[in-house]
Design a binder for this molecule. Structure first.
Ligand SMILES: Cc1cc2nc3c(=O)[nH]c(=O)nc-3n(C[C@H](O)[C@H](O)[C@H](O)COP(=O)(O)O)c2cc1C
Length: 218
């Protein structure tokens, strides 16, 4: 697939079919993502993938945690409420809720929540972890790694979603994924095959005009 096509086709999918993703394909995607750049080639990102029965057990636990008032969301990178963001980010986030409504009507937000409870029915979740005392630069490395992985997934006919939802309970992940004490889960990426007619997969997140975010100084 042409790179420009993969860039355009990669849009977050939020509901996957039950079809399993072959292990060899997952290995290939991670191998491609490993080609992304990192600070002095430090390669601090480690990948742990949950799939099959392990992921099913985690899915069940995640839905329970999401509905347990005694289990607040506690991602390693703290959550920041929308009103605390600067402009134009705040306005862009507000418009995104309009994009959700456009795709799924008034029940969109509720359906999103329900899908999140089920880890978007991803058939493999790629957890990207970093050393606990990571340099902030490695967050850039991790983002580059994530995008390369998602573009490669698109190229292979898979859908993907990077989600905060996957890393809300890092202590549980530590246990479930058998992570060493000194590594922390930063981001999860759900992968799977998808039906593009599914409303949750029709959300088209619009981008602000180029002129609003680009200055070229000559
Ligand atoms: C770090 C990060 C966390 C995200 N977390 C969620 C999430 O928890 N739930 C969700 O539905 N989308 C999540 N998204 C997806 C964004 O909503 C999406 O990338 C954005 O709207 C742009 O849309 P696109 O990916 O389809 O181009 C996340 C994206 C990023 C980069």
């Amino acid at each position: 697939m042409e790179l420009s096509k993969a860039i355009t086709l990669r849009q977050s999918k939020r509901w996957f079919t039950d079809k399993a993703v072959p292990t060899e394909l997952l290995e290939e995607l991670v191998n491609q993502a490993q080609q992304s750049p990192s600070w002095i080639n430090s390669q601090s990102v480690h990948v742990t993938i949950a799939k099959g029965e392990k992921l099913e057990a985690m899915r069940k636990q995640h839905a329970e945690l999401n509905h347990d008032d005694n289990e607040p969301s506690r991602p390693f990178i703290p959550f920041r409420p929308i009103p605390e963001w600067e402009e134009p980010s705040q306005s862009n986030m507000k418009s995104w809720f309009g994009d959700v409504k456009e795709a799924m009507g008034d029940e969109g937000s509720q359906k999103l929540g329900e899908a999140g409870d089920q880890l978007y029915n991803a058939q493999a979740v790629v957890y990207l972890t970093l050393p606990k005392d990571y340099s902030d630069w490695t967050l850039i490395d991790l983002g580059l790694f994530a995008e390369t992985l998602m573009l490669s997934a698109t190229d292979a006919g898979l859908g993907s979603i990077p989600a905060y939802q996957y890393v809300q309970y890092p202590d549980k992940l530590q246990e479930n994924l058998g992570l060493p004490e000194d590594r922390v889960p930063i981001l999860g990426i759900g992968l799977g095959y998808f039906d593009s007619k599914e409303g949750l997969n029709k959300i088209h997140s619009k981008r602000m005009p180029l002129k609003q975010m680009l200055d070229i100084i000559d």
